[in-house]
Design a protein around this ligand. Sequence first.
Ligand code: CIR
Length: 254
Amino acid sequence: MRIAITREVSEAIVHCQLTYLERAPIDVELARLQHQHYEACLESLGCAVQRLPADQDMPDSVFVEDIVVILDEIAVIARPGAKIRRLEIPGVAAALEPYRRLLRIVPPGTLDGGDVLQIGRRLFVGQSERTNRSGIQQLQRLLKPFGYSVEGVQIRGCLHLKSAVTLVAGDILLVSPNWVDSRAFGHKRIIEVHPSEQQAANALWIDPFVIYPSAYPATQDRMERAGLQLKTLDVSEFAKAEGGVTCCSLIINV
Ligand code: CIR
């Protein structure tokens, strides 16, 4: 069985953190509707959705992925590079306690969950504006006893590693080649995003389906030609907040 932890869209999302995008007005009601559709999609794929409440002081609450790295054996509570986002930690940690033993990234380390791409026992971690060397080294030390390797990966021009690359099937990566060099990931098959859709590499694989933004039809076409089964969603308001489809849930195998 799978649990999907999500978190309410805060009224304050209009003041969300932005790094590479210009601020564009976010329609909070529309964001909430899109969030409901996202949750319904997760439910249709067999996930039991558990939605956490959020406050005014958490503009980016909906992007739960950044707060923790969840593995089968353990969960590592991250330490987001944007200080204001650390207020999101206690609520997410409390929700995870029934499911996993919790380890933690501590100062001076910073790490955003959106920078961590898991491929089997290998974890690739984006060296981004949010995740520093200490965060990566701590993750390495914490996970070594569980048999995971942790490798830093250079990214350029995007917020997180998973803005640039996600796993969309057991052996296929979806990659935005201007933002990351896919040779870092070894032997996987690669689907490159369409050159006109640089932001299109963030997809959420819930085997055998892929949840995917409807905003990238040319890349969608490439994925479908490769035999992938997509569930598309309009997530326009999250995209304005520099978020994608992986960021809005924590999937826990129980
Ligand atoms: C932030 O800058 O922290 C949020 N506005 C967006 C976070 C998106 N999270 C993700 O890609 N994992």
